[in-house]
Each structure stands twice: as C-alpha cells, then as structure tokens.
Design a protein around this ligand. Structure first.
Ligand code: GDP
Ligand code: MG
Length: 162
C-alpha cells in the first residue's frame, strides 16, 4: 500500500492552531512553531493573516453571549494572526496539552501559555478543542488546496510503524 494510504490510516489527524496577535507582536512565532516541530508533528499549512470581523466572529461563534466577546473579536482582528494546520497522531488532544489551560495563570510551566502568558485575554495561542471543531476551523480558515500533502523524511524516526 502507498505511503499516504498507510499514513492516513494511522496518523493523519489534523488540528487548527493560531498564534494570536500578542504572540506575533512579542516575537514568539518561531519558538512556538519549534515546539510543535520538536514534539514530532508536521505542518500542513501556514499563513499570516489579519482576520476579518466575519471570520473572527464565526471562529468564536460559541462564545457570542460572553461579556468578553466584543473585546476578543477586536483583539483577534487587530492581527497579525499566524494561522496553521498541524498533523500527526492524536494531534488535537496533544496540542491542547502543549498549549496549557485557557488562563495562563493556571497553565503548568512547560506549556506555551504557562511559559509565555499572564492574562487570559492575552493567552498567545489558539488550538482546536476537538476533532470536530478542528475540521470546522480548518475549513473556515483555509482552502483545501492550501493544505499541503508532503512526506516528512523524519516520520520513520517519530512513528514506529507508518
Ligand atoms: P480556549 O479554547 O482555551 O482558547 O478557551 P475558550 O474557547 O473558552 O475561549 C476562547 C478565548 O476567549 C480564550 O483563549 C481567551 O482568549 C478568551 N477568553 C476565554 N475566557 C475569557 C475570560 O473569562 N475573559 C477574557 N477576557 N477572555 C476570555
Ligand atoms: Mg476554545
């Protein structure tokens, strides 16, 4: 069987990750991307974007009724946002662990929010919280043709069987 068929059967879960404007302004993009690469995940798409109000509101539609919704949308649309898709085994749950709790003050040291943030409204990074929200968010932020299928040469050193 082809490499991609075997790979997609075992490991090709995807998640949507976005470095928020605070992370970009503070020069954390490189270090955050390095952490996901270091873990063994591979990048499928990346773009720097100043999101429209429509995009930000649909991204956070579940939070519409929250008192901080308007501030959150204003913050995200201020840009730039580094929007990405990452791939690998159990990537949705594992990236949530790598980023830490929503409130950086309760995020463990070693997590991205625990190491780099203080305030909940400046918590550096977003990552999808489930496989279904990952699918929704990837479709919202990216066109299918912008998701790159490639064959990372390190896979055989990260996965026992591909
Ligand atoms: P996440 O999935 O960990 O990002 O958390 P949520 O989906 O619950 O919230 C989305 C984003 O809204 C968070 O990352 C925060 O930036 C923001 N947010 C959530 N709760 C609060 C809050 O109580 N106050 C403020 N100012 N922002 C919040
Ligand atoms: Mg969320």
């Amino acid at each position: 069987r082809s490499y991609f068929l075997r790979w997609s059967m075992h490991c090709s879960e995807r998640t949507f990750v976005a470095i928020k404007p605070d992370g970009v302004h503070r020069g954390l993009m490189g270090r955050i991307i390095a952490r996901l690469e270091d873990k063994g995940y591979s990048i499928v798409a990346l773009k720097l974007i100043k999101p429209s109000k429509t995009l930000a509101e649909s991204h956070y539609e579940a939070l519409q009724s929250k008192p901080f919704f308007a501030d959150l949308v204003a913050f995200i649309t201020s840009g730039p946002v580094c929007a990405m898709v990452w791939e690998g085994k159990d990537v949705v749950a594992q990236v949530r662990k790598l980023i830490g709790n929503t409130d950086p003050l309760t995020s463990a040291p070693g997590t991205i929010r625990g190491d780099f943030g203080v305030d909940i409204g400046r918590n550096i990074i977003h990552a999808s919280d489930s496989i279904s929200s990952a699918k929704r968010e990837i479709e919202l932020w990216f066109h299918t043709q912008d998701l790159i299928e490639w064959n990372p040469t390190l896979h055989e050193w990260i996965y026992e069987k591909v």
